[in-house]
Ligand binder design. Structure first.
Ligand SMILES: [Fe+2]
Ligand SMILES: [Fe+2]
Length: 358
């Protein structure tokens, strides 16, 4: 399980954020010259409209606590079980790391490109992600577990991705981020008694930022249609499988978090997949067939493999090491099987932009 090492000090919280595993959020860097060559003229009208939305900044006053925040925190969160508390802290840290990962990437692109469209977009998105990261960090600070973001920026490993991989991966993580936050928000709107931490009240307007970030990448990709055709479709499939599988395994490592909200991890993840599949039709010509029993079997298998890997790691020694190797092979084969399953094909809609209507 993910949260086996108790997160009980700021140092451990920072270690958790810095660690690089298959499942932990990463930091990225890319080719800035290639970013400079992007041409947004094919989607100019949509682009300018979107820039005006960023400029309008309807969430500028959203990421501030209200008076109720402290009251709810004291009344409600103090009641949760210690193991559940650990899963929630793990959730806060991985969410903070993803938000901050976006913030750093967008800010680096902003600083290094000359292309005015891309520069402007990156400045707005870095602004939003910085607010999101700080708001999450405040909730860690409530427990004395605040993460030193400057230090995290210096010490965490960076992965280089070509711009097209950044577009596929970041588009997906923004849209899946929207789907995750809105599904939680709607559940807790129906069952306010299950809202064990006040931060969830912020999720609705928060995830509209993520939705818009995703829209920006959708426009970039639609302005460069070769990114969505030919051999690139195999990359799109790869990123869909990688992002869906990582989310599924990570979420199943913290079942109590979902239970506490009255959600079942599997049902929640499939709802998130369903919403993400609907949204990604705006730009991807393929989507994963999440109703295929083989898809479901592979997802469960990946979680099972992760549990075996964790058990082998805990066992340690030569035997543990050999078992980890065996399960790593099994995980890779399952991933390959998932990748090779038939996918659904779609024609791209004329109208690219979508509204966050879930
Ligand atoms: Fe964000
Ligand atoms: Fe975002």
């Amino acid at each position: 399980m993910q949260a086996t090492t108790a997160i009980d000090s700021a140092e451990k919280a920072s270690q958790k954020a810095v660690e690089s595993t298959m499942l932990s959020p990463r930091f990225y860097t890319t080719d800035f010259d290639a970013m400079d060559r992007l041409d947004m003229s094919p989607v100019r009208a949509d682009w300018d409209k979107m820039m005006a939305e960023y400029e309008g900044d309807n969430n500028h006053d959203h990421f501030q606590r209200d008076e109720q925040f402290g009251v709810e925190l004291a009344e409600r969160f103090e009641q949760v079980r210690p193991e559940m508390r650990q899963e929630f802290l793990d959730f806060l840290i991985s969410s903070l790391t993803s938000e901050f990962s976006g913030c750093i990437l967008y800010n680096e692109i902003f600083k290094n490109v000359k292309n005015p469209d891309i520069k402007q977009l990156m400045r707005y998105m870095a602004r939003d992600e910085s607010r999101h990261a700080s708001f999450l960090n405040q909730s860690l600070k409530d427990f004395g577990l605040g993460i030193d973001l400057g230090n995290l920026k210096r010490t965490k490993a960076y992965t280089y991705f070509k711009p097209k991989y950044i577009f596929y991966a970041t588009y997906l993580s923004e849209k899946i981020g929207y789907a995750r936050y809105i599904s939680i928000y709607r559940q807790l709107e129906r069952h306010p008694e299950k809202r064990f931490h006040p931060i969830f009240r912020w999720f609705e307007r928060w995830c509209n930022d993520e939705f818009r970030h995703g829209e920006s990448f959708a426009l970039i990709m639609r302005a460069h249609p070769h990114l969505l055709q030919g051999a690139n479709v195999y990359w799109i499939r790869f990123f869909l499988v990688a992002v869906y599988a990582t989310m599924y395994v990570r979420d199943h490592c913290r079942p109590m978090l979902h239970e506490e909200m009255g959600l079942d991890s599997t049902a929640y993840d499939y709802e998130v997949f369903r919403i993400t599949n609907e949204i990604t039709k705006q730009v991807f010509p393929v989507s994963l067939d999440i109703d295929n029993p083989a898809f479901k079997a592979c997802m469960s298998r990946l979680f099972f493999v992760q549990q075996q890997m964790d058990a082998a790691k805990a066992r340690g020694g030569l035997l543990g090491w050999m078992q980890r190797g065996r399960w790593a092979v099994s995980g890779a084969l399952t991933f390959a099987r998932l990748y090779l399953l038939p996918v659904n094909h779609h024609a791209l809609p004329e109208e690219v932009r979508m509204a966050p209507a879930w």
